[in-house]
Design a protein around this ligand. Structure first.
Ligand SMILES: NC(=O)c1ccc[n+]([C@@H]2O[C@H](COP(=O)([O-])OP(=O)(O)OC[C@H]3O[C@@H](n4cnc5c(N)ncnc54)[C@H](OP(=O)(O)O)[C@@H]3O)[C@@H](O)[C@H]2O)c1
Length: 348
């Protein structure tokens, strides 16, 4: 089987981390990099030994030497770039969130389906062996009935108001950047929630900088989640069951070990000895899907991705957070979302 040839768009923080781990993937070749800036493209291609360095994104998108494009640019550019790739016949792995809202994401998945091209949101944590292990323990009933999940993603972001994390024009805010992870984790085990409650703190740049989210399901399951750009936290995830619990230790979204304690107090710790941060696992998944001719990953599918962004839309609607250019969609969004939430909104 021929190697899948990858191109990366953007040379920022995540592009470099992804490229560093790429060599640990089972197969695939990093063939091309594109930057808006020549010196960034050249430096990236030298650092990661990439043959083709393009100084505009569209040359990469149209290159015949690229099979799949990894989009590693700010959230607000994901929609246009993914669409351009699909129209050029390229498979896409796009950074999270796939788009700013559910309407845009659905359009992209519909286009991918129409053209029979692979598209996946880069929810890399899904493919970490620790998450696979937790799924297995839960499915095998090791902790009995799973009743609740607690998870956080906090870090102290730069305070520069022009930084993408705080800039509304780049889709800034805690929810879309990091809150997406705990919401993803809860939905991975429980599906789309029936009830949503939020407390959010809005910062000086009018984006959310800190929030707690409580999700509920009709059958009594609960998830208690936190995302913050202003505070430190061990960022653990805990799964509470009727016969025991599972803990993923500090930085659960990129962890290399997990612990299960049954009600008989028997403890099992599993450690995974993989190199790098773990971005290689999403590369493996995309390669596998492309080689098997799949249009979506069964493990982070179109439906998983659409249900995730739909919940984020509901939370944003509840805390009154919209991004420039979204307003024209507001009436439509009112129609497509449920209203099972309580409104809490604080100004910082
Ligand atoms: N999976 C993860 O663990 C993870 C971690 C961090 C971020 N992310 C996601 O990855 C995306 C990028 O985040 P990042 O932290 O890598 O951001 P970053 O360091 O700011 O890099 C973004 C890159 O995008 C390109 N770009 C295109 N238009 C831009 C614009 N208007 N402003 C700034 N840069 C622009 C730039 O590359 P050129 O100058 O080369 O064109 C820039 O270096 C986000 O959607 C984020 O959610 C994922």
């Amino acid at each position: 089987m021929k190697q899948v040839r990858w191109g990366i768009i953007g040379t920022g923080n995540i592009a470099r981390r992804f490229a560093s781990d790429f060599c640990y993937a089972k197969s695939g070749e990093l063939r091309a990099i594109a930057s808006r800036d020549k010196s960034s493209a050249d430096a990236f291609s030298a650092d990661f030994d990439i043959e083709l360095a393009f100084v505009d994104y569209f040359s990469l998108i149209n290159s015949h030497e690229v099979d799949v494009v990894y989009i590693a640019t700010p959230h607000t550019s994901h929609y246009d770039l993914t669409k351009a790739c699909l129209l050029a016949g390229k498979a896409v792995l796009c950074e999270k969130p796939l788009t700013l809202n559910a309407i845009q994401s659905k359009e992209l998945y519909d286009l991918a389906a129409e053209k029979n091209i692979f598209l996946m949101e880069a929810m890399w944590t899904r493919f970490n062996p620790v998450i696979e292990q937790v799924i297995e323990w839960v499915e095998e009933g090791e902790i009995g009935e799973l009743h609740s999940i607690q998870a956080s993603f906090n870090f102290v972001a730069p305070t520069d108001p022009n930084h993408r994390l705080l800039d509304p024009k780049l889709g800034g805010g805690a929810l879309l950047d990091i809150g997406i992870y705990p919401v993803f984790l809860a939905q991975l085990f429980f599906g789309k929630p029936d009830f949503i409650q939020n407390q959010a703190v809005i910062g000086d740049t009018e984006v959310d900088i800190f929030e707690q989210i409580l999700l509920g399901w009709e059958n009594g399951q609960l998830a208690s989640l936190e995302a913050s750009l202003i505070s430190c936290n061990p960022n653990r995830a805990t799964f509470s069951g009727s016969k025991g619990y599972i803990e993923i230790d500090s930085e659960w979204f990129k962890a290399k070990s997990c612990r299960m304690v049954s009600s008989e107090q028997q403890e099992r710790v599993i450690e995974f000895d993989f190199p790098g941060e773990g971005y290689q696992f999403e590369v493996d998944e995309v390669n596998r899907c492309l080689i098997e001719g799949l249009q979506e990953s069964p493990n982070h599918s179109r439906q998983d991705s659409l249900e995730l962004i739909a919940t984020l839309d509901e939370i944003r609607q509840d805390i009154g957070l919209s991004y420039p250019g979204e307003a024209e969609h507001d009436d439509h969004e009112e129609d497509i979302h449920d209203h099972h939430h309580e409104h809490h909104h604080h100004k910082h």
